[in-house]
Design a protein around this ligand. Sequence first.
Ligand code: PMP
Length: 439
Amino acid sequence: MTDAAHMPGTMPNAYQPGKGNLSKADQDLVARRQRALGPAYRLFYETPVHLVRGEGVWLYDKGGRAYLDTYNNVASVGHCHPHVVAAMARQAGVLASHTRYLHEGVLAYAERLLGHFPAELSHVMFTCTGSEANDLAFRIARAHTGGTGFIVTENAYHGVTYAIAGMSPSLGSGVDLGEHVRVVPAPRTGGETGAEFAAGVLTAIRDMQRHGIKPAALIVDTVFSSDGVFADPAGFLAPAVAAIRAAGGLFIADEVQPGFGRTGAAMWGFQRHNVLPDMVSLGKPMGNGYPVAGLVMQPRVIEVFGAKARYFNTFGGNAVAAATAMAVLEVIEGEGLQANCAKVGAAFAEGLRGLAKGHAALGELRAVGLFLGQDIVDGEARPDAARAGWIVNRLREEGVLISATGPKGHVLKIRPPMVFSVENVAFFLDRLERVLKAG
Ligand code: PMP
C-alpha cells in the first residue's frame, strides 16, 4: 500500500494535468493559474470544478450546475448566509479599523465568544488564519513553559507558517518536521484508545527528555480530522493531557475543524473529552468565509509572553471581522445549528451504516455530529486509497463534493455546512449508492 499522503507534495484527490475532462475554457484557466500562481498550488478532482456562486449547502459552477457541498466547513452556516453578509457589508460601509483604537465591536464579540467557553478560558487574541492562531500558541507555550518540544499526531495538519508547517506531518516528507517536534500515533478505534494514545505521548515525552528537550505542548485537532476522524470514545484524550501536564507541558486544542458546534454534542471538540485546554485555536468556520481566527487561553499562560512581547495583528480582530464573526455566532445560536449537527449527523451515520450492509467497500465509519470519516476498503478489508479517490471523483460527476483524507488517503471526509438537512443526506446517500453500484 502506498502511503500517498506522505509523499512529497501529494494530496489525496488532487488534479493531475492531462487527466480528467476539462473544457477548453477551463484548460485555459488551469494554464493561467500555473503561470500566475506558480507550482505549489493543487486543485481538487480529476476534473476540477469551476465555481462561481454559493447558497446554503449548494455550490454552482460556471454552467449553472448545482453541487451539494458535503465538504466545506468554512461556510459552516451556509454559503453566503444573508445575515452574515449583511453584517459584513454594513460594518465595511461604516468603519474598517484595527485593534489599536478603541472599538465596541471586537469587545462585544470577544465577550460573547468567551461566553461559550469554560470560565477558566477567559482571554481571546485575534488572528486572520488558523495557522497564525497556532503559531501564536506555539510562541506562548514556549514563553510560558521555557520548553521547546511539541507533540503532534502522525498525520496532523496545523498550518502554513514555518514553525507550524514543521508540526504538520500531513504535508508529506517534502516538508521537514521541526527539530523539537515529536510525532505520536493517532488514536485508533477499539482497544484501550485513551491508554494507547497516552502511551504514545509518554514515549514522545521520554524521547524528548533523553535528548535534553523540555516539552512545551501537546497539540491535537480534537476530532483528528487529517488523521482520518477519531472522536470516540468521548473522554479518550484525558490521559494524554494528564501526561503532557505532568511533564510540565501545555495542552493546546486545535478547534479549527471541530469548533463552533459541528460535533453536535458540544460547541468545542475538547468538551466531549472532559479536558480543559490551556489554549484553544479557532479558525475556518469562525467568519463563514471571512478570514477571522483566534486563540483562546487561560490567563496564566499569557503572563510571561504579555510582559515581554507586544501583540498586534493588522487585520486580526478588525471591526469588519468582529461584526462578521458576531453574525456567525448569532446564526449558530439562533438557528440551533449545533442541535442540527447532532440530529442530521446521526441520520447521516445511520444512512451510511445502512448502505454499508450492501457494499463491502464501505468499511469502518467514524462520525461525530456533522463530521464523518468513512473508510474505503478492498475485498480483504484493507485501506483502498485508489477506490476512495475513484468514489470522490465519481461523486463530483454526480454533483456531490467531498474529499479523502487520512495517512493512507482512504477515508472519505464528509463535513458539510452545518445547515445540512436530512433531505440533503438522502440526496448524498442516493448519489453514493449510484456510484458504488457503478463500480
Ligand atoms: N488547524 C487545522 C486542524 C486545520 O485543518 C487547518 C486548516 N486546514 C489549520 C489549522 C490552518 O488554518 P488556516 O488554513 O486558516 O491557516
